[in-house]
Design a protein around this ligand. Structure first.
Ligand code: CUA
Length: 341
């Protein structure tokens, strides 16, 4: 019989498909750690994996052994009296069924408890150089830097190789802040402040995600952590703390008037202007961000226009209503917002 055409191809397709479905690879890979905490979590994963495979191998070996023995003895001739191998059988049951699992589970518990939970718990007071406060909203992340006026959304900047205390809160429901390459998940609980350390070994952009179902747009609640050299981070933070730039040009000035007089200013703040709403992200330095709507869209003029024109199309259920804005006004609004550097 001839093989199925492309039969050799099957593993080539199946293996990546399985890895993809298991969430391996991509830019949110917990198995490509970029901090000491994430490395501990990844090694715990491999220890657990090894333990599970050893356990499975032992069980399968015992199963095969008993199968082989039963085959040798023949089925049905083992009903009466005690057999020569019975005592050994009990030892196997007690050893393999009770002693081995207890030893294995206690060892794994010790590894996770002594090393991983300890290194990933809230940092001790005074052990960090900077605090970043993240507040979960349906469905975006508000980011504040205590001690500075800087307020931004969805894109956190931190200095590289510097321990940062990350405090999380929520404005509404439970969310879970998770940047797999940097640390574990941390839930945002109503009325509570939780903390972990955020640390990055190397400069770069790390993608994160809300890891707790929080409503319709849970899947569109992404975030970035940008780890940068210290001097660059300091410059960024100083810029973010400044009030908004004045509009340059008449179109942008029209846009500012439309923003302040329309509904935008009742939900969004732009520091240095009369807009001080707090239902949506602070837009003081919107143009410095690479994305909008919690990573839903890239922050380009076209996408910004699409978003303001019909936010419900891109994130149905979000709090920003799709209102009809005349094309001229939309163009002016985009010109103003693009100038907010
Ligand atoms: Cu926020 Cu899921």
């Amino acid at each position: 019989m001839r093989g199925v055409p492309g039969g050799r191809l099957t593993p080539c397709v199946l293996v990546p498909a399985v890895l993809l479905l298991a969430g391996c690879g991509g830019d949110q890979n917990a198995l490509a750690p970029k901090s000491h905490q994430a490395r501990d979590i990844a090694s715990l994963f491999w220890w657990m994996m090894a333990g599970a495979w050893i356990g499975l191998a032992v069980v399968v070996a015992l199963l095969l052994l008993s199968w082989k023995r039963a085959g040798r003895r023949g089925v049905g001739d083992d009903d009466e009296g005690s057999k020569p191998g019975e005592r050994t059988g009990w030892y196997v049951v007690i050893g393999g069924g009770i002693v081995v699992p207890i030893v294995l589970l206690v060892a794994l518990f010790a590894v996770s408890n002594l090393f991983v939970i300890r290194t990933t718990q809230a940092p001790a007071a005074g052990s960090t150089r900077l605090t970043v406060l993240v507040i979960g909203h349906q469905w975006w992340w508000e980011i504040r830097y205590p001690g500075s006026d800087a307020v931004t959304a969805n894109e956190i900047h931190i200095p590289v190789r510097t321990p940062v205390r990350l405090e999380v809160r929520t404005d509404d429901v439970i969310h879970s802040f998770w940047v797999p390459q940097l640390n574990r998940k941390i839930d945002t609980l109503p009325g509570e402040t939780n903390a972990i350390e955020l640390y990055a070994d190397a400069a770069g952009r790390y993608r994160g995600e809300c890891a707790e179902f929080c409503g319709l747009q849970h899947a569109h609640m992404g975030l970035y952590v940008f780890a940068e050299p210290r001097a660059r981070f300091e410059r960024w933070l100083a810029d973010q703390a400044k009030p908004a730039a004045e509009p340059s040009g008449s179109l942008a000035a029209q846009g500012r008037d439309a923003f302040m007089n329309g509904t935008c200013s009742s939900c969004h703040a732009i520091r240095g202007t009369s807009a001080n709403g707090n239902a949506g992200p602070d837009l003081t330095h919107l143009a410095d961000r690479t994305t909008i709507a919690a990573l839903r869209l890239p922050n380009t003029p076209q996408r910004l226009r699409d978003w303001i024109g019909d936010p419900q199309r891109y994130k149905p259920g979000n709090e920003m209503p799709s209102v009809h804005i005349p094309p001229d006004e939309l163009r002016a609004l985009v010109a103003y917002l693009r100038g907010l550097r």
